[in-house]
Design a protein around this ligand. Sequence first.
Ligand code: ZN
Ligand code: ZN
Length: 851
Amino acid sequence: MANPKTTDTALWVPAAEAEPRPTTVPGRLVQVWTRQFPYENLTYLWPEAAGVEPQVGLRVVVPLRNRRVTGYVVDPQATPLDRPGVRYKPVDLVLDPQPLCPPTLVRLLRWAADYYLQPLGAYLHLAIPPGLHALHRAEVRITPAGLQAAAEWAAGARQRRLPLWARVLLYVAEARKATLPKVRRAVGSRSLHAAVQYLRARGWVEVRERLHQRAKVPKTTVVHLVRPPADGERVPGAYRDILTYLTQAGRDVLLEELAEQVRDAESSGADPQVAQRRLRDRLRRMVARGWIQVYVQYHPRPIVWDAPVGSEAPVVLNDEQRAVLESLQKYVEAGTFHAGVLYGVTGSGKTEVYLRLIEAAVRRGKTALVLMPEIALIPAVTQRFRRQFGDLLAVLHSEMTPAQRTSEWWRIRTGEARIVLGARSAIFAPLEDVGVLVVDEEQDGSYRQDELPVYNAREVALARARFENAVALLVTATPSVETYAHARQGTYGLYRLTQRAVPGAVLPEVVLVDMRDAYARGSHPFFSPLLMTSLRETLDRGETAIVLINRRGYAPFVQCRACGHVLTCSQCSIHMVLHKKAGVLRCHYCDATEPVPKRCPVCERPYLIATGIGTERVQALLEREFPDVRVGVLDRDTLSRPRELFRLLGDFYEGRVQVLVGTQMVAKGHHFPRVTLVGVLEADTSTGLPDFRSHERLFQLITQVVGRSGRADRPGRAIIQTYRPEHYAIRYACQHDYEGFFREELAYRQRFQYPPFTSIVLLTVVHPEHALARQYAQTLTELLTERSIPQTQVHGPVQPLLWRLQGKYRYHVLIRTTDRRAVRQALRDVLGRLPFRRDFLRVQVDPYELV
Ligand SMILES: [Zn+2]
Ligand SMILES: [Zn+2]
């Protein structure tokens, strides 16, 4: 596989110092997406001199207002705008001679943009690592005339208050050169545009534009001949040697090779550094004339992971596992698309099966991709993958540094790494010839990204498998309702693993505690006597326990006992959560924090109390109850400190921490050998704001956390505390009865016409003004209703529970349909002619939640 090239941005000279002049000269037009206007593609003139054909996915630098930004070509054949006398600015620089993403990936990104009704550019941007996102920086430099002017000003300036431009001049004169943000900080002014223009007009400063690609990855530089000088074009002697050499070579030439050549031609012996600088200066001018282009190619090395790659005795598959593997392997061998659900209880050896499937694919020269829902799970799995695949493995997730991600991305792109393990966005890894795509814990909601660009990695994996004629394997112990419905209808193959891989291991015993009774009998409000006794016994035996409370922080409410006021976020329609250790109130929806007030903001009396429990409070209560025991907390707050997180997981694994309190993160996939007790607090209220998926989330949460208890030779126990023991999700989860739950849940979904019986598109209007939010949602509802889309209902405007978020008002328009295509068509039309700005509208195809 070829190693793609990208422009050496260090040698770039902007087309003109001043604003490029717009033109009406006819030429090819392209549409470009930029992050600055994510919902609006801009039209530019294609620079024919670049010698590159416009293609979807090419990165380009374009002028935008008074600066330059990087964008992506999203339409290589744009039609002229329907406005008389419109002028187009030319694209300044084409960053890559070929799109960075391979063609099959570009095709997938186009599919996603079309399916989720999101701008294509946003997916193109997402698909390359942040280390390759070009950063633009303007640098202000002083000129000799500027130095003189500054000296005169400084002499007489002491007494007077200086105008902004003079402060800028004095600062730049002293610093000689500085980036614009630096100048901004130094003079303490946000808007420098007028001042800098003034200084430029007088010739006192120059402004140079610089483009950086942050990632430090080993690279080589090659020089490419775009076109030889035209006949009659004047070529200074200094460039002639270079051009001759490039023409004669008839290929791209390494910079070192060229340097040697030129050094030989000119008398050698000069200081090599001086020679190199001179060569780079020449190249820069030749780039500006459009004769050559200078590219870099990255040569990444595998990341050395800290932990040793131990060896483990090969696992022998049982009959059931072998049968599943063989049937899946047939599809890989035939190279045909297949979607399968690998469904098996925790510990039934699903990982072993898909690892072998991947091995089979790689043996046939294919590549593979494995997605995990939680970044915290990846390190442990990495060891196992590394043992099997060595340097063929690449890891991609957002907790890695930009340099690491870029390096791994290039290893995948060049074909050096053939197996990718990662979180959600790794679904867009630049693999080619994909044979197997695994989505582990397919039911997990974190595969869904709700910000721009919206996608669900599970659905994208299925689409990618279809494009690549690959096997998509959805792996789960508790399939999502939609996935299982597809499997039962035969749309997906269903592969079941019914035995726990370790012989003799049994499912944990589950006890349901009705907290209404417990509370009536005067027990502790948060812990039942049974849970307390069991905890004590477990710890006395030297075993460990997990306590699930699906809420981080100390207490979910702070309420005034005098007037009943509950402290809410000033930006959102939701209560603030007390984080006692950090000493703040925090909004879990916008992350705003406030100091904890001493008095009620309404009645001003000092009777504020914290009610309810979160992870922090449970930890405190348990530490008081069991003074000799170490209690750790695993939640999103811990996740934000990766080092601490890995230490905690290690400590719990080794038994140095005996009780792990956590949110749903403790339920997911971790394998802790000593855990024999799981306690669930407030099971019924633990899945967030209610919506059509809350029963499913509840069932999955309980099933998963119960599965953490007891492994190998030690029997496990789970104690579920709830105020609603009759709830079917809780009841079936306690009986380990997925089928029972599925039947009842499916009936509920059918009754209320939710997925899988319909598809949903959720439109959310978001606006700082309440009346406008409602009005736009009303307009949107009318526009959609008057189209009378077949087999489709439009409900709206609806005020959601979370009617205010981050200071903006929200209204929903909910579309339910059995004809997705018709809805997409109608929506594309409506979105193209929206009577208000597209920025005020969030479009979510197949939303995970409706809150
Ligand atoms: Zn009060
Ligand atoms: Zn908030």
